[in-house]
Design a protein. Structure first.
Lengths: 111, 443
């Protein structure tokens, strides 16, 4: 799923393909953003811990709403689906930093 | 990680003797490093650079900033205490983990200390590693990045620090609050307990943006070449600006904190002169005459006040707190709760009515000079002194100037100073079991 929602530069055809793949993946119908769907391993957990409180609360709300929809076998009305443009990779900078720190620790423990 | 193999004495002595014979004929590899006196330079952007080459195997460098607790605003009270604690956390170039491991790998140390006037980041290392360590120091001191989660994780440390503040430190903080009231010197170096919750990255950043400026910084070192240090200071990226000016107003008053226990601690002081004033040396001599602590472990206090207190069954020492524009001169007393009243009466009487003789003043001068030289001898406190002078006054004086100023003190000067002090408005702080401790107006 990681490659689908990235907004890297590409030709018009690539952009169209990305948008199509995003709407085909379906998590936006539950109101989720890409970074809400990441599997919560230790690095993602630490990155989420470091999020500012507002972003954490928004994430929690979206996940809770999606779980409720899922258990009642519903999806959101079309106007509330997450769009390709509003889906921001909010966790990416924090996750990158956690990964960089873990790499540094691994480097040091090699010595 | 080196492991030492145990060799038997016989086997070890044979090669040692051979090498010793060889070493005798070879001259030293590095030559003799010349000892150099204090050298100071003021850079065009206002940074003061000072260094002494004292032939020490360790190099010490400190970056001192005129941003102590007196320059905190009501919104960021306690920022300097938290800054001291977060000095080793992630900055723009190093992570907290990386910084710690680098320092350990080099055998270096990095510390941050602060008082009311000055915040000092200092590092020391063996000479061959000092260039790397100086870079780490510059990152820690001038390129802080306060990560919110790191600050939150370290808050319990701040709480522990505040709650385990020794009674003597609290006493002196109370004295400053009583003397200078809510104006800048009344700000404590310990973060106020009720304000710990509101301290965060914004408060730290705002304190640094107001005070971490080129004109308020001094870079000092011992065991380092002056040109190297000047180049290093030129490489520091510090913004320009004036920053807040000192604005202390002496009010006088008293602060009593009853916490029970078996001991009473009391401090009394009058307003004194600032560091650059002509009477600073006279104050140092007066403090030494009145008695600045014991030289012999478990010995009774010396000086006029120490003797008076010992006779009454307690302990006393003279207090001389000097800042750039003003100061506090007085005494501190520690006594058992029952005897505290008598001890304070005796010490106060000695403080107010003692008549100083030429012999007293000569003794005071000798003690004051010894104290200055002792501080200079220890490279840690030497660097700290240079940093405090450079950051708060904008210039660093050599030890010989200080000794000359002490030598120039005359008996009449000290007597005038003493009369003026005891005639002025006093401030008092008391902590402990205060049932026999008199109030300020009863003294």
């Amino acid at each position: 799923m990681a490659s689908v929602a990235t907004k890297a530069a590409g030709g018009g055809a690539m952009q169209w393909l990305r948008r199509w793949a995003y709407s085909a993946s379906g998590f936006n119908k539950l109101g989720l953003w890409h970074d809400d769907c990441l599997y919560e391993d230790d690095e993602v957990k630490e990155a989420v811990r470091r999020l500012p409180e507002r972003l954490q609360d928004d994430r929690t709300f979206r996940i809770t709403r999606a779980m409720q929809l899922s258990l009642s076998h519903q999806i959101l009305p079309r106007e509330q689906w997450t769009t390709f443009d509003e889906d921001i990779r909010y966790l990416k900078p924090y996750l990158e930093e956690v990964r960089k720190e873990n790499r540094e620790k691994a480097e040091w423990s090699k010595k | 990680m080196a492991s030492k193999l145990m060799k038997s004495n016989i086997l070890r002595s044979l090669p040692a003797r051979r090498f010793a014979a060889q070493a005798a004929t070879k001259s030293s590899d590095y030559g003799v490093l010349p000892r150099e006196p204090l050298k100071t330079t003021t850079l065009p952007n206002g940074v003061v650079v000072a260094s002494i080459e004292n032939q020490s195997p360790l190099s010490r460098v400190a970056i001192a900033v005129r941003g102590g607790s007196r320059y905190e605003t009501p919104d960021n009270r306690g920022a300097t205490h938290l800054l001291r604690i977060v000095a080793g956390l992630t900055n723009a170039e190093n992570t907290a983990f990386g910084l710690t491991r680098e320092l350990q790998q080099l055998g270096a140390s990095l510390a941050c200390s602060a008082d009311r006037e000055v915040l000092i980041y200092s590092a020391d290392a063996t000479r061959n590693h000092m260039d790397v360590v100086m870079e780490l120091l510059a990152n820690a001191a001038t390129r802080q990045v306060f990560k919110p989660w790191e600050i939150t994780d370290i808050k319990p440390h701040l709480k522990l620090d505040v709650e385990t503040t020794p009674a003597e430190v609290s006493l002196i903080e109370d004295l400053h609050l009583a003397a200078f009231r809510q104006s800048d010197l009344g700000n404590s170096v310990v973060a106020p307990h009720h304000l710990i919750g509101q301290l965060g990255p914004d408060q730290l950043a705002s304190h640094l943006s107001r005070t971490l400026l080129a004109g308020r910084t001094a870079v000092c070192g011992t065991g380092i070449d002056h040109e190297t240090l000047v180049e290093y200071a030129q490489g520091l990226q510090l913004p320009q600006g004036e920053g807040p000016a000192p604005a202390a107003r002496y009010g006088g008053g008293e602060l009593r904190t009853e916490i029970g226990g078996g001991v009473a601690l009391v401090a009394v002081a009058a307003e004194g002169a600032g560091r650059s004033s002509a009477t600073a040396a006279q104050q140092a001599v007066l403090q030494a005459v009145l008695g600045a602590g014991a030289v012999v472990k478990y010995g009774a206090g010396r000086g006029v006040l120490g003797a008076a207190a010992a006779q009454a069954g307690g302990a006393a020492a003279a207090l001389n707190a000097v800042y750039s524009d003003t100061g506090l001169v007085g005494y501190t007393v520690a006594a058992e709760a029952d005897k505290a009243g008598q001890v304070i009466e005796a010490v106060n009487k000695a403080f107010k009515t003692t008549s100083l003789t030429a012999e007293d003043v000569n003794r005071g001068k000798a003690l004051a000079k010894a104290a200055v030289l002792r501080a200079d001898d220890n490279s840690g406190s030497c660097v700290e002194t240079m940093g405090v002078q450079g950051a708060s006054l904008g210039k660093v004086s050599a030890v010989s100037d200080a000794l000359a100023a002490i030598d120039a003190v005359k008996l009449s000067d000290v007597q005038t100073l003493h009369k003026r002090l005891v005639g002025g408005k006093l401030s008092m702080a008391a902590r402990g079991n205060l049932r026999t401790v008199p109030y300020l107006d009863q003294l």
